[in-house]
Design a protein around this ligand. Structure first.
Ligand code: SF4
Ligand code: SF4
Length: 299
């Protein structure tokens, strides 16, 4: 017990040892990300492709891209140095399902070589419905989908384009397809018993009030957590946003939306927006100790 008030006990039992879901566990269990997914199949207005996917990471971070073989080598090396290492995630630097072979090769090899490590992935959801069966093969117990809207008119302000069936689509048409795929993917994961968390990026003036509706829709479809993250808008990150002059929310604005969504899908307030190659306990980042050249030397 000790879980959030409105979280069912059976879900809490599954996530209480997961550093990303439990305030308590994140002091004792470590997670790492490997950056094996370079490509992306959509464009978010707040994303600068020079950096990691800003759906999961803080903007302005560049992770070291790895091949699946290098990633597996790294995970095995980290797990032998950091015994609390329990969770391996793929969260970029692009979308984990836009280059699915790299993601699933990594999971397959890890499942063979380090079967105790839990796997998770995060995605914008566009390719998700087609890959749910594949996801279920690898015993992935957590998926994160970034969902910033449930109304394609709002979506058209956030996503300038998607790449879909070999074509680039724009505007409301693009946002309609993305929305459909996100809802379908979430429903399919729920139907198969895969725990699914939703990330939303709070963009003042674009989706702030709308996120309450997002919260209602994702809860209805079985999301067990809804993590509302602030848009981080800082000039030193290269003015990440095609939304020209777009500011991020103040702490009060963020809290107001989070409070308005309480009693909806349980909100997760301690997500640190870790980089795509983060290593260690949640409050720390030991990625510099485990760069590729250092791992090669460990052998
Ligand atoms: Fe960037 Fe991630 Fe959006 Fe792709 S899904 S455009 S990598 S923020
Ligand atoms: Fe966990 Fe959030 Fe960090 Fe991902 S970005 S490892 S969900 S705290």
């Amino acid at each position: 017990s000790g879980g959030p008030d409105d979280m069912p006990q059976e879900i809490w039992d599954k996530v209480k040892n997961h550093p990303c879901y439990s305030e308590e566990a994140h002091h004792h269990y470590a997670r790492m990300h490997v950056a094996v997914a370079p490509a992306c199949n959509i464009q978010c207005n707040y994303c600068n492709r020079k950096y990691d996917c800003s759906n999961e990471s803080r903007p302005g971070v560049v992770s070291q891209k790895l091949t699946p073989e290098q990633a597996v080598k790294k995970v095995v090396a980290v797990a032998s140095e950091i015994p609390q290492m329990t969770v391996l995630g793929i969260a970029g630097p692009g979308d984990s399902l836009a280059s699915p072979k790299k993601t699933f090769d990594t999971f397959r090899m890890l499942q063979e070589q380090a079967p105790d490590i839990k796997l998770c992935l995060s995605t914008n959801g566009l390719a998700l419905p087609d890959l749910v069966d594949e996801i279920c093969k690898y015993n992935i117990d957590h998926v994160t989908i970034t969902i910033n809207m449930v109304d394609p008119e709002v979506g058209a302000k956030i996503y300038p384009w998607i790449f879909w069936e070999h074509k680039r689509l724009t505007g409301v048409e693009a946002a309609t397809i993305l929305h459909r795929q996100q809802m379908k993917g979430l429903e399919m994961l729920t139907a198969r018993g895969v725990l699914t968390k939703i990330n939303s990026v709070l963009i003042p003036g674009i989706n702030d009030e709308h996120l309450i509706e997002v919260n209602r829709e994702v809860k209805k479809r079985g999301a067990f957590l809804h993590n509302i993250m602030p848009l981080i808008s800082e000039a030193e990150h290269g003015t990440v946003f095609g939304l020209t002059g777009q500011r991020g929310p103040s702490a009060q604005e963020l809290k107001a939306v989070q409070d308005a969504c309480m009693g909806g899908a349980n909100l997760m307030r301690h997500c640190r927006q870790c980089r795509a190659d983060a290593v260690g306990l949640l409050g720390e980042d030991r990625s510099e100790e485990f760069t590729l050249d250092k791992i090669e030397q460990m052998e």
